[in-house]
Write a protein that binds this ligand. Structure first.
Ligand SMILES: Nc1ncnc2c1ncn2[C@@H]1O[C@H](COP(=O)(O)OP(=O)(O)O)[C@@H](O)[C@H]1O
Ligand SMILES: CSC[C@H]1O[C@H](OP(=O)(O)O)[C@H](O)[C@@H]1O
Length: 405
């Protein structure tokens, strides 16, 4: 549903969002409702609203005209709210069970009203606690296969694909990724944030011209290869989980980019948690169990993705060229190699760049935290430099398990 657009943008708060929702008939009576802002992300407000008359809860997410984490000095287009709502609706066509239902969106207010997932846990938080989720790999593998295939040239044909791509031109948010993932961590940028103790390691990375050349190639892919519609920021803070279900949220970075980017982001965040568990978990058995789970999840996610993507190409590929086994081999090799390289960039940005992850930064023991940060920098660089040498994610994970203990 498109909510009637008769107003200009206003930043909402816990009171005014209730008036707004009552006005749009998404709430019975604002006097019999409660609201809490719970946004812990870098960019937006997230209001959880309870209608005390019906007992139902909904979520209203509003984009701010600037990056919340930085402040008004970093202006950002409100377009991202439309892109997020459109992306969720697009994903719902193929994986309705893996995204929150969108009840309405309002472009003027940069607002999306959606299903409340408060009964779920943010995957990053669960993994930090050493939790495991039996269906996660199946669900994320299916999410990747279905969403990446459904917007590709092979599924839509070039004309329909370009028409869809027009709706997901996302310059501001792509610019954030271009800077924070592919540029700033590789020189002495103001946005960077790392402890002084890491300076030597970071400066060595800045001196590594071979590495920087490979990052430049990966950045070029991100800038120019509009293969399919991406989530654009598929880290473990963008995934809600229970033991049975998985929901992918927060696709405001969606755009047409290289197909390996989302898998790379997901793998990078599993690997960061894997490294962090070494210092977080004191019980040796539990440590091994959770680390094994993380590596197995990486492998299984890829296997599910690859099998389903191959099936989709074969059954739904638009022309004969895209239905051959040779073409599937070629495409999946490319996606895997790119994904490993992007994973490396995503690991490095979380150590050197502006936005860090709780998995690592939340390690209380400073020496332990620095050990993990150094391991992550090593791993990130190896992923980028060796991305062409791995013939499967299973081979990559075996190497990580043996080398990066
Ligand atoms: N549909 C939802 N149901 C319940 N909580 C949500 C929902 N969407 C977001 N949240 C909460 O808000 C937080 C920030 O949401 P997110 O979409 O990641 O915002 P941002 O774009 O600012 O990163 C999430 O970590 C989660 O705690
Ligand atoms: C200035 S935005 C930094 C960072 O935040 C985004 O993540 P999220 O919205 O999930 O908090 C994205 O990863 C950006 O690179």
């Amino acid at each position: 549903m498109t909510l009637t657009q008769t107003h200009s943008y206003k930043e909402l708060n816990e009171r005014s969002v209730l008036s707004y929702l009552e006005d749009k008939r998404l709430l019975t009576d604002k006097e019999k409702a409660s609201c809490k802002e719970v946004g812990d992300g870098n960019l937006n407000y997230v209001f959880i609203v309870k209608d005390e008359v019906t007992g139902k809860t909904i979520v209203a997410k509003q984009a701010l005209p600037y990056a919340k984490v930085v402040g008004e000095s970093w202006p950002l287009s409100l377009e991202r709210a439309r892109i997020e709502a459109s992306s969720l609706k697009h994903a719902a066509k193929t994986v309705p069970d893996l995204v929150p239902e969108v009840y309405g969106s309002d472009e003027d207010y940069a607002l999306t009203v959606m299903e409340d997932l408060s009964d779920f846990t943010i995957l990053r938080k669960g993994l930090i606690e050493g939790e495991t989720y039996p269906h996660l790999a199946d669900h994320v593998g299916r999410f990747l296969a279905q969403t990446l295939f459904s917007a590709s040239d092979e599924a839509l044909g070039p004309v329909e694909k370009k028409k869809l791509a027009k709706q997901f031109i996302n310059p501001d948010l792509c610019d954030i990724t271009e800077k924070l993932v592919f540029s700033d961590p590789y020189y002495n940028a103001d946005t960077n944030s790392f402890p002084e103790e890491l300076r030597e390691d970071v400066e060595a990375l800045w001196q590594n011209s071979g590495l920087k050349f490979e990052v430049a190639k990966l950045k070029k892919k991100f800038l120019t290869e509009g293969e399919t519609l991406l989530h654009g920021d598929l880290h473990t803070g963008s995934i809600f989980v229970t033991n049975e279900e998985t929901k992918v949220i927060d696709p405001e970075f969606a755009f047409f980019g290289p197909a390996g980017f989302d898998a790379g982001a997901f793998l990078a965040n599993l690997f960061l948690n894997y490294l962090a568990q070494n210092e977080r978990q004191t019980d040796e058995q539990k440590k091994q169990a959770s680390r094994q789970y993380l590596l197995k999840t990486a492998v299984k996610t890829w296997e599910v993705f690859e099998k389903q993507y191959r099936d989709l190409l074969k059954k739904k590929g638009i022309d004969e060229q895209s239905r051959t086994d040779e073409y599937a081999d070629y495409l999946l090799d490319k996606i895997r190699t790119d994904a490993i390289g992007f994973a490396g960039c995503k690991v490095i940005r979380r150590i050197i760049g502006l936005a860090h992850v709780e998995d690592v930064d939340g390690i209380e023991n400073e020496e332990g935290r620095l050990r993990v940060q150094r391991k992550a920098l090593e791993l990130g660089q190896e992923l980028i430099l060796k991305r062409n040498t791995f013939t499967s994610i299973s081979e990559l994970v075996t190497w990580i398990g043996g080398d990066q203990s």
